[in-house]
Write a protein that binds this ligand. Sequence first.
Ligand code: DX5
Ligand code: ZN
Length: 213
Amino acid sequence: MQKILIAPSILSADFSKLGQEIKDVEKAGADWIHIDVMDGHFVPNITMGAVVVKSIRPVTKLPLDVHLMISEPEKHVESFVKAGADIITFHIESEDDPKGIIKLIRYYKKKVGVSVKPKTDIKAIEPVLPMVDMVLVMTVEPGFGGQAFMFDCVSKIGEVRKIFKKDIQVDGGVSEMTAADVINAGANIIVAGTSVFGTKDYASAIKKLRGGS
Ligand code: DX5
Ligand code: ZN
């Protein structure tokens, strides 16, 4: 059976002690650190940029998984690469030239993900699927942590799995109650903000998300 990877989203961490929070989730069994970058334009919220990636890079050995919810993402790829990003995911809705940004991320030898918002048909990403390592299926409207999981997105995970054999990541409202649904639908990487950082016992939360008790 394929290993399920858990990527805690630091958006729900305590920013006053971000380094310690990252060390704690690493020790608790996290596989990747998910970093939500928002620009107040592509989405209505502003979060963090490359400077945060740079400051947390020395704190953990885990891959830094950067989720760009920004307009004109291509302009910012280089700064995130230089800051230490390992995986860079952009939104198909934000990029006029998706093949251009994919080639740029590849040029820097980083993993490439393409993401779809809940209302976006997967037809939009079909032309670039042969070029990417990962598809990120959003199960909330991007912009904020702590939103309710959208069950009607589960069928989309299955649709992607039929035509894409590499990594499928799911992000938004995933909890121990919904993790099994997304895994059964074909996802192998789970992003979780509230359902990890909102608990007292990160190890137990991560284990439950992976399918253990
Ligand atoms: C939403 C972000 C998510 C979010 C996850 O726009 O991309 O990564 O922070 O947080 P939860 O798990 O609380 O929905
Ligand atoms: Zn995210």
